[in-house]
Design a protein around this ligand. Structure first.
Ligand code: ARG
Length: 562
């Protein structure tokens, strides 16, 4: 539910300095970097046309490929499945205007680097119908068999306001919420690092649940339980209770769960447009060149092997049997792929980086969608005058139900259920029809008398990311004590101190970022990798637009002792 964690509807909207996903671990202004008139940098002309492998065609891979192309390099993109990765928009036969977002569906405006690429690719966004959001007609909270209908938080029984206040006070008293957000708005990196680094030291060993339970504002178990069930911003977060509280704080302080927008026409368009776009004024390549053109119209297939070959090269084998050798490679797929799907040489990374990859923790996620004849949920109940069906948060199996309106006389889409972790695990053995039936059962208990089935006009569409061969999870979520692993993976693009035999391969993707499960992290780490490749090949960022690697010594994340 939209518990007003950030003072967003009042102070934030009038404050000219927005809350953005600026740090806090590495407060480098990626948004300013990508919009700077001097560009991201240059490689020596003798490097122009050099092939660089980009493994994975999700958002991170496509941003990497696009920016490498603009530097005059030749990105060769490998993709095992479809371009887009977890930005996957599932079409429906005969209904070209509707897509089901199987992965990323809602994007906070605080992801300013992501929004730069959305704008550059000519994509528009619209308000996403989150719980209690301004544009969401109504929300139903259904817990322990009781349903509450609301347009605003204050329409709900007092316990929900108490929980909201308890969270706000806990963040203020135990996580320096107010000064942290002030430092983000001010882009005061010294202050931000001072406060955040102290929290990292204090809280890396703490779970989300432990953090709540140790706050006097959450002395009541019932308050902790309700908070877990309806969560903050976008829904119930109790499946994150075992994760590191630092993961949650990053989301909250950067407004990553606020004011979500959907991409009109589907999320997948962003990676697809980066693939086909023809930017003007690139180094080396003539206007009219796209990443697709450089790849001869299609991506290379699934990668099966990544090897070290002398001197300091990376050799990639794909499922067609083709073997190519590169002076640099960027790996953007889920990091576990390096452990089981792809045969790798040990020398790709130092041993401590392998440990970090092995220990990376991913959460599963399942969605179940049904296409319906029209947005019947907006019909009014003749007795109460309320919407027939609302955006729904519940402790039942469906957990979160989202109503996606495409116009009064057009088919609508219901995300019957969006679940994480254990709630997703419960659905894994079930096929699509069984999943749909289970969710309709939940919803018919919440909305007696509403005949959901009579409106459904498609077979159900469902996906669990944890059982997909090329993903094995929906997003990373660090466990307590994982900060060191995260810091190692994120900082790996700084390679001057590495043994030369470990240089030239770069990691990117939201799982390498500090904000897994947010596209901004995919974009930011892609820009790190692009800087890394540029530096590795003898290039540099412009003097007036230093890149993430140039400012790393000054702004880099705190390193914890062993
Ligand atoms: N950003 C995604 C969403 O809005 C996923 C967030 C979930 N991340 C997590 N650690 N639970 O649904």
């Amino acid at each position: 539910m939209t518990i007003p964690v950030t003072p967003d509807s009042t102070a934030a909207d009038t404050d000219p300095r927005p809350l953005t996903m600026f740090g806090p671990d590495f407060p480098f202004a990626y948004d300013d970097y990508v919009t700077h008139r001097s560009g991201l940098g240059a490689v020596p002309t003798y490097r122009h046309g050099t092939e660089v492998a980009v493994i994975g065609g999700g958002l991170s891979g496509m941003v990497t490929a696009y920016e490498l192309m603009k530097l005059g390099l030749k990105p060769i993109v490998y993709e095992a499945d479809q371009i887009g990765g977890r930005m996957r928009s599932h079409p429906f036969d005969g209904h070209p205007d509707v897509v089901a977002e199987m992965g990323a569906m809602r994007f906070p405006p605080s992801s300013t680097t992501l929004f730069h690429y959305l704008d550059a690719m000519g994509l528009r966004t619209e308000a996403f119908p989150n719980p209690l959001a301004d544009s969401t007609p109504s929300t139903v909270i259904d817990l322990k068999g009781e349903s509450y209908y609301a347009q605003h938080l204050d329409d709900l029984p007092p316990v929900f306001r108490e929980v909201s206040d308890a969270w706000q006070r806990t963040l203020e008293d135990h996580a320096e919420l107010i000064p942290l957000q002030q430092a983000i708005r001010d882009r005061d990196t010294a202050e931000l690092k001072r406060i955040w680094n102290d929290l990292v030291v204090r809280l890396d060993d703490q779970t989300f649940y432990g953090f709540l339970a140790s706050s006097k504002h959450f002395a009541s178990f019932r308050h902790r339980e309700v908070f877990g069930q309806v969560g903050f911003g976008t829904g119930g977060w109790d499946t994150d209770f075992p994760n590191s509280i630092l993961e949650i704080l990053r989301v909250v302080i950067t407004a990553a769960d606020d004011h979500h927008r959907g991409i009109v026409g589907g999320s997948q368009q962003l990676p697809l447009r980066l693939w086909t776009d023809t930017p003007a004024g690139m180094a080396h390549w003539p206007d009219g060149t796209s990443v697709r053109a450089l790849n001869g119209g299609s991506t290379r297939p699934r990668v099966t092997e990544v090897r070290r070959t002398a001197p300091h090269q990376v050799t990639v084998t794909d499922s067609s049997g083709e073997i190519r050798t590169y002076p640099a490679a960027v790996f953007t797929a889920q990091s576990w792929m390096l452990l089981n799907n792809i045969h790798c040489d040990d020398d790709l990374f130092p041993i401590d980086h392998w440990t970090a990859i092995e220990r990376t923790h991913y959460m599963g996620s399942t969605k179940v969608f049904a296409l319906v004849d029209r947005p019947f949920w907006k019909d009014k109940d003749p007795v109460t005058g309320r919407d027939l069906v609302s955006m729904t948060l519940t402790d039942r199996m469906s957990r979160g139900t989202y109503l996606l309106d495409h116009g009064d006389d057009k088919p609508g889409l219901i995300c019957l259920s969006y679940t994480w972790s254990d709630d997703s695990l419960k659905l894994l053995p079930l096929d699509a029809t069984e999943r749909m039936n289970l969710m309709i059962k939940s919803l018919e208990e919440i909305y007696p008398g509403v005949d959901f089935r009579s409106h459904i006009i498609s077979t159900p569409v469902t996906l669990s990311w944890e059982t997909e061969r090329d993903f094995m999870g929906a997003f990373k979520a660090n466990l307590p004590g994982h900060y060191r692993y995260q810091e190692r993976l994120f900082s790996h693009f700084i390679q001057d101190e590495l043994d030369p035999r470990h240089r030239g391969i770069f990691l990117a993707g939201d799982d390498i970022s500090w904000t897994a499960g947010w596209a901004e992290g995919a974009v930011q780490t892609a820009l790190n990798a692009v800087w890394g490749v540029m530096h590795h090949l003898g290039g540099a960022a412009p003097a007036d637009n230093p890149g993430p690697g140039d400012r790393y010594a000054e702004l880099g994340p705190i390193r914890l002792c062993d």
